[in-house]
Design a protein around this ligand. Structure first.
Ligand SMILES: [Zn+2]
Length: 380
């Protein structure tokens, strides 16, 4: 929502959020005391800082892709970037490498820019710019010094061991090798929450107070809880085969089903996605939203044939619900088709995942787990 696509790298969409404009204005204002040249310099610095953030996210994303994890997109927000991965890493080793790749990019950038600065200027000049970077004139050495500093800050800040930040993921991965994924997630989330409360207190009580720190602390506190839910949900879903939750009573349509018949069916069931078959062959899927919208436009005598979405992700009958969830998340669709030896058994939708998660998990999890079914993994 409210974001524009500005580039595509290695098949990954790069997007920028509308609120990003504020950060650019802030950059111009920070250096605006030095006149128009200062303002332009501030904008260039802001854009270069976010280029570093983008490269950080690409670091995570390219390593994830190397492990076969699809990356949906990278979005830049004022407090940083977010890469949406199609599914969670399979092993602690994968999680470790994906998490550390982002900060590693910033370390490489800081070293590279530092070396570039040293090849152009003397060491004392660079040291003076580094210690007093923001009070300097808008020159190339100031630019290099600020970029070295921002990349160091990005690397250090992201390595704070607070889930869901990169350092927290690295911590969880390392702990997982010793105590298993579940205990590691709980321990990392606890550490993250303690750190978040500390960070929040600092942000609130320092003078002047720092709202940015408070926002980041809140993000960490909430995010740590979501990681625990996510891990628990994954474990629950891994234990159930998709074939066991395909409902034999789920309605099925044929291309000749009219919108009127379809609407009537929807009033009697709770299904949000319905298979369209022709003599036992799956043609595609229609969603209840599409049916209701089309019925409003075309009336009861239109056919559902025009609404069929033919690109349906599939899973095998023996796959787990966790696999089904990954496939839905990858395709950004709330359903998958279940096949047994090529024959269509039925659909599994987000609703079945939510019901299973709800039935099998604890009361505490019930509060907020189901709402997150199908959400992809986010990595900052
Ligand atoms: Zn990161």
């Amino acid at each position: 929502m409210w974001s524009w696509r500005f580039a595509r790298v290695a098949g990954i969409e790069l997007r920028v959020h509308l609120s990003f404009l504020l950060v650019i204005l802030l950059g111009a204002w920070q250096w605006g005391g030095l006149g128009l040249r200062g303002a332009v310099f501030g904008i260039v610095l802001t854009l270069l800082t976010f280029a570093s953030v983008t490269l950080h996210e690409l670091g995570h994303s390219l390593v994830a892709k190397a492990f076969g994890i699809p990356v949906k997109d990278i979005t830049l927000y004022p407090i940083g970037g977010v890469a949406r991965l199609g599914r969670r890493p399979k092993t602690p080793g994968q999680e470790f490498l994906i998490a550390i790749a982002g900060p590693a990019v910033n370390v490489v950038l800081a070293l590279g820019l530092g070396a570039l600065a040293l090849s152009l200027y003397t060491r004392p000049m660079l040291e003076a710019s580094l210690t007093n970077a923001h009070a300097n004139q808008p020159t190339l050495i100031t630019l290099l010094a600020v970029m070295v500093l921002s990349n160091v800050v990005l690397a250090v800040f992201n390595m704070v061991p607070a889930l869901p930040m990169d350092g927290g993921r690295v911590l969880r991965a390392v702990l997982s090798w010793f105590v298993g994924a579940e205990k590691a997630t709980h321990a990392s989330a606890l550490i993250a929450r303690v750190l978040a409360v500390g960070l929040m207190s600092v942000g609130l009580f320092m003078s002047p107070s720092n709202p940015m720190l408070v926002i980041i602390a809140l993000f960490v506190f909430v995010g740590a809880g979501q990681e625990v839910n996510e891990q628990r949900l994954g474990r629950v879903l891994e234990g159930v085969q998709v074939a066991d939750v395909v409902s034999p009573y789920a309605p099925k349509f044929s291309p000749a089903t009219t919108l009127g018949e379809a609407v009537k069916m929807l009033t009697m069931t709770h299904y949000e996605a319905i298979a369209v078959e022709h003599f036992g062959t799956l043609l595609g899927v229609v969603t209840s939203k599409d049916i209701l919208r089309a019925a409003g436009e075309q009336g009861a005598w239109g056919y559902i044939a025009g609404l069929v979405r033919s690109e349906v992700p599939t899973v095998e009958a023996r796959d787990s619900l966790e696999v089904a969830r990954f496939k839905m998340s990858e395709a950004s669709l709330p359903f998958v088709a279940v096949l047994r030896e090529g024959l269509f058994l039925g659909l599994v939708t987000e609703m079945e995942l939510a019901v299973v998660a709800d039935r099998l998990s604890s009361a505490a999890f019930r509060r907020d787990g189901a709402a997150r079914v199908g959400q992809p993994n986010r990595i900052a």
